[in-house]
Design a protein around this ligand. Structure first.
Ligand SMILES: [Ca+2]
Length: 565
């Protein structure tokens, strides 16, 4: 209850600060909005009439303050689209995210394989980040985006299984396997309280079946299309009703497409555009969480794009994966076109991001998914956690007040790191939304980095705490000021019996500035640096009140290695 009270106070504060806005500013905002509104809604009430009506109603008590505030908010807030692509790694695109020592983009073979023209346009209109981190699997990242907190803090440290607790043999008993709930202070809830229409479309994966987190409507969304407990669709095919073998894993709310040839990515895009259009008609600012199921398995080929990869020489699954990429890219393009049609592109911020490293079925053992980066989704190396990140306004217009508030130079490349933890503070700052004073936030407002500057106050670190079993098991990795340590808890890997070496802790150390692709492990040759970064990692884990793997009742806390004198 305390959390909710704080939230309420926070929204009241925002409300009063908005009401106190100068009259001429409000008038200017209304002029801007009038140009953006649909003909139909203008026909019913001009914005000026609307405002007068609201004020009269609220002063006489006939309409609640909250309702009037939400209406007024439509004139004074930018729209936000968070375009989140499942399992999209840094290299799953024709946009190069790797740069050379001079900061110039470098194309690698994967950039030549994938076709993402809409991403290219978005990157040309905005700023891309070359080193942007997400957690190494789905649910931790998704909860982090929603709460602005590192997974070590929110404690949903591995992916949430819909039907059972995915703790693993030695995972912490108290890990947050039920995910978010009605009391969670989430990004959509904060925006909802500030007058936004909050729309979730696509994959949710915020909580298991029969728990509040399985339903996005419990987490601050006004609308949910397609989101439930599962982390993947039963099928991408409408011919299969988006289910596997009949009804299993069926993506909900899409009955009207069943039996057609509408690929899932396309259906979600049509639904998102429909809801955007409705918001513009209502003159409501919107937050769209466009959360694609693509590129997650099953790797089903999207027939619209299959011919583009038929001659690629890659295996069939990799070709299918590439069609999922291109379908996702078309979705981005369709959204951008819709914003322009509705004349709200200038007022709409688009943030493009992946939720963990690539899962592309490429190469022996699938280990070339992120080349030149090492490894892929679920792994402790950079290929497991680096994701594409682009921020751009829907249409560049330097005279627009929101673009003046949050300038994003076109075609810029930002080489200072960013993380998924930065999304909540950045979006809240843009939308003038206060977060509760006692709510811990682990990220930074990206405003200065968007503008092309280095944020000198930023601590350049990222903690990925994974006390569970997966592709990499029982590890904590910590990026700190150009170095990265990986700590291995003394436990066996998934499905393996303990070997002698696993009964003692393991360490890896990389100098990311000199060796971004993690080719040379320096743990043995540089024990002083290893100890220094391990010490910083443990401090960060403790500060976030992390839960550790457990053997019996015993917590396995990380151990600092001995340094030979
Ligand atoms: Ca994922």
């Amino acid at each position: 209850m305390k959390r909710l009270t704080l939230l309420f106070l926070s929204s009241l504060f925002t409300f009063h600060s908005l009401v106190a806005a100068p009259a001429e500013q409000a008038a200017a905002e209304q002029r801007t909005t009038k140009g953006s509104a649909s003909t139909e809604s203008q026909g019913k009430h001009s914005p000026a009439e609307q405002r007068t009506t609201d004020e009269g109603a609220s002063s006489s008590g006939r309409r609640s303050e909250g309702e009037a505030f939400k209406r007024r908010a439509s004139f004074i807030k930018p729209n936000i689209i968070l375009f989140l692509v499942d399992d999209m790694g840094l290299m799953d695109t024709s946009v190069p995210f790797v740069v050379d020592a001079k900061g110039e983009p470098q194309k690698y073979p994967l950039n030549e394989f994938y076709r993402t023209p809409s991403m290219e346009k978005l990157a040309a209109a905005g700023t891309r980040f070359t080193q942007f981190y997400a957690h190494s699997v789905c649910s931790p990242t998704r909860a982090s985006i929603m709460t602005g907190q590192n997974s070590a803090r929110h404690r949903s440290t591995t992916w949430i299984k819909p039907q059972s607790n995915n703790r693993g043999a030695f995972g912490p008993a108290e890990w947050n396997w039920t995910g978010l709930d009605k009391t969670s202070i989430t990004l959509p809830r904060l925006l909802q309280n500030a007058g936004y229409k909050t729309i979730h479309v696509g994959k949710a994966h915020f909580g298991p079946d029969n728990h509040e987190g399985s339903e996005p409507l419990n987490l601050g969304f006004d609308i949910n299309v397609g989101g439930f407990s599962a982390g993947q669709p039963g099928s991408y095919y409408a011919e299969k009703n988006y289910a596997r073998g009949g009804k299993t894993g069926q993506v909900p709310h899409l009955e009207k497409y069943h039996g057609t040839d509408t690929f899932l990515t396309e259906a979600l895009t049509l639904e998102a555009n429909r809801h955007i259009e409705a918001c513009v008609k209502e003159q409501k600012p919107f937050f769209l969480h466009m959360s694609h199921y693509a590129l997650h398995a099953p790797f089903e080929s999207d027939p619209r794009f299959a011919k583009n990869y038929a001659q690629s020489g890659q295996n069939k699954r990799a070709q299918a994966y590439a069609t999922l990429v291109e379908g996702m890219d078309k979705s981005l393009g369709d959204l951008l076109v819709k914003l322009k049609e509705l004349k709200v592109a200038d007022n709409t911020l688009i943030i493009f991001v992946g939720d963990n490293g690539s899962d592309a079925p490429l190469g022996k053992g699938d280990h070339n998914s992120s080349a030149p980066y090492r490894q892929k989704k679920g792994w402790r190396y950079e290929g497991g956690m680096l994701v594409p990140f682009i921020a751009a306004w829907g249409r560049v217009n330097e005279t627009n007040k929101w673009q003046q508030k949050l300038p994003i130079p076109a075609g810029a490349i930002q080489t200072q790191m960013g993380t998924i933890l930065d999304l909540l503070p950045t979006i809240c700052q843009l939308a003038d939304v206060e977060t509760p004073k006692d709510m811990p936030l682990d990220g930074y407002d990206l405003k200065s980095q968007f503008a092309g500057n280095k944020n000198e106050t930023r601590k350049e670190d990222f903690l990925n705490h994974f006390p569970h079993e997966h592709r990499s098991s029982y590890f904590t990795s910590y990026v700190n000021d150009g170095w990265k340590v990986i700590y291995h808890y003394p436990l066996p890997a998934r499905g393996k019996k303990a070997q002698g070496k696993e009964l003692s802790p393991g360490y890896e150390l990389f100098n990311l500035k000199a060796d971004p692709f993690e080719k040379k492990d320096l743990a043995k040759s540089n024990p002083g640096k290893l100890k220094e970064i391990m010490t910083a990692m443990i401090e960060d884990l403790e500060a976030k009140k992390a839960l550790y793997p457990q053997k019996g009742d015993k917590d396995l806390r990380p151990e600092i290695p001995e340094v030979a004198k």
